[in-house]
Ligand binder design. Structure first.
Ligand code: ARG
Length: 473
């Protein structure tokens, strides 16, 4: 329709002498992305229609007709028969209009005692609730893969790093379990935020509530929410549940990005700790020898877009006066893209972890660094009664002595060792192997094999339970 014609398509047409400009229609429409809310919009409208019937706000047979009509619309959408009309702006008005066309005047009663302002928050809360469940399950799957690979290689020693310099030997399983721990906190954060998503806002109407005798608690029960919103203005204005989801997602992506970075590094010829399965690596269009780690690189790269969505939504929210403002329509694309990104990233990371070919010899060889057990020598001197600072200085001097001669700690003769570290005890060399070093670290959360195996088994038990749908995280 050309600008200036009287619009009959708009629900607010009555107030307007002229129809909408085409530019405005294209600019403000959200149907091309918010159509994704249709399952929630229909479920919410069905609950609302039932409530209207129970409360005597519409005759029972009209409520029934609405519910059936909404179901038929869902079937049309799912069969690809539904025509989304951008002139009707968004998913809410498209479905409402289709209902009126399908069932006649009864359909025009659906919007009684509600506004799109509370409707869109309800739909989005339902969407986030499903997204949290789906993402939580995928995170559990990735944690399971990490734990299973750790159990498979529970004795394999590799260098642990600080500043990306070899520091002390650790078990590969300990390194993998570090990520398992991070991801377990992501699962906890998802579970925690889901309590705040679990609020039913429909009935807040435009901003102030409604004077009609509705029953919000009934709608909440119908839709599986445990609470109704406590303040109608907050309910239509607030998007902090989305910000929270994006924030937890950003943190999850941060963890996946660090894991990616480790894998990219480990797959270099310089490290050689891991090979990627062929089916999850890519080649080069010019260099025939190349095998590239595109999967973790893309995961690392996609972390940037999720961070961007979080900062974007925080920025959208920061200057908004109460209550609803159209700016809030901009909440959906960052939310949807974040969910899509996680739904793409988590399964392929899981597959990659499952398919990694760990290179035990390269890891062991790197762990056999000539000085990697220097701390163990210092700890040995401490057990002999030497104050730690002095022990540190003695061992530092010993390392320098070795470096000047091009030898490692294990190549020192007994005489040399006694000369450099006078308090050194008998059999000290036995304590300086990487196995002894790893086994000694029995502090809670340390890398000693017994500890790591216990942690692996405990995690496996919980995760298998969680994956089979029972409680446990
Ligand atoms: N599509 C709108 C959104 O996403 C729905 C709410 C519109 N409300 C309004 N007062 N224009 O926010």
């Amino acid at each position: 329709m050309a600008a200036g014609e009287r619009s009959e398509t708009k629900p607010w047409g009555g107030r307007f002498a002229k129809g909408s400009d085409e530019l405005l229609e294209a600019f403000s429409a959200s149907i091309h992305f918010d159509y994704r809310l249709y399952p929630y919009d229909i479920a919410g409208s069905k609950a609302h229609a039932r409530m209207l019937g129970r409360q005597g706000l519409v005759p029972p047979e009209e409520a029934e007709a609405m519910v059936e009509g909404l179901e038929a619309i869902r079937a049309d959408i799912e069969a690809g028969r539904f025509q989304w009309d951008p002139k009707l702006e968004d998913v809410h008005m498209n479905i409402e209009r289709a209902l009126a066309e399908r069932i006649g005047p009864a359909g025009e009663k659906l919007h009684t005692a509600r506004s799109r302002n509370d409707q869109v928050v309800l739909d989005t809360r339902c969407f986030v609730r499903d997204a949290v469940n789906a993402v939580s399950g995928l995170v559990v799957g990735l944690r399971l893969a990490l734990v299973r690979r750790g159990l498979e290689h529970s004795d394999l020693i590799m260098p642990g790093y600080t500043h990306l310099q070899r520091a002390q030997p650790v078990l590969l399983a300990h390194h993998l379990m570090a990520y398992q721990e991070m991801l377990s906190r992501d699962n906890e954060r998802l579970a925690d935020l889901s309590r705040r998503v679990d609020v039913m806002p429909l009935g807040s109407a435009a901003l102030a509530g409604t004077g009609l005798p509705i029953d919000m608690k009934f709608v909440a029960r119908e839709l599986g929410f445990s609470r109704v919103s406590a303040n109608s203005m907050d309910a239509v204005s607030d998007r902090d549940f989305i910000v929270e989801f994006l924030s937890v997602s950003a943190m999850l992506m941060m963890h996946l990005s660090r894991l990616s970075e480790d894998l990219i590094l480990w797959a270099t010829s310089e490290f050689g700790f891991v090979r990627f399965p062929d089916e999850l690596a890519t080649g080069s269009s010019i260099m025939p020898q190349k095998k590239n780690p595109d999967v973790p690189e893309l995961v690392r790269g996609k972390t940037g877009r999720v961070y961007g969505h979080l900062v974007g939504l925080l920025t959208i929210m920061k200057g908004l006066p109460l209550s609803y403002n159209r700016d809030l329509q901009e909440d959906k694309e960052p939310l949807f893209d974040t969910v899509d990104t996680l739904a793409a990233v988590l399964p392929i990371m899981t597959r990659l972890i499952e398919g990694l070919e760990f290179q035990a010899e390269a890891m062991r060889a790197a762990a056999d660094d000539p000085f990697i057990t220097a701390t163990d020598l210092a700890d040995h001197l401490v057990r002999q009664g030497v104050p730690f600072r002095r022990a540190h200085a003695l061992v530092g001097r010993t390392v320098r002595y070795c470096l000047e001669r091009g030898i490692g700690l294990s190549n020192l003769s007994r005489e040399e060792l006694v000369r450099l570290c006078p308090e050194v005890g008998e059999n000290v060399q036995r304590e300086l192997t990487i196995e002894a070093s790893v086994s000694a670290r029995t502090t809670p959360g340390g890398t000693a094999p017994g500890q790591v195996r216990a942690a692996l088994r405990k995690a496996l038990g919980r995760l298998e339970k969680a994956a089979s749908g029972k409680k446990g995280r």
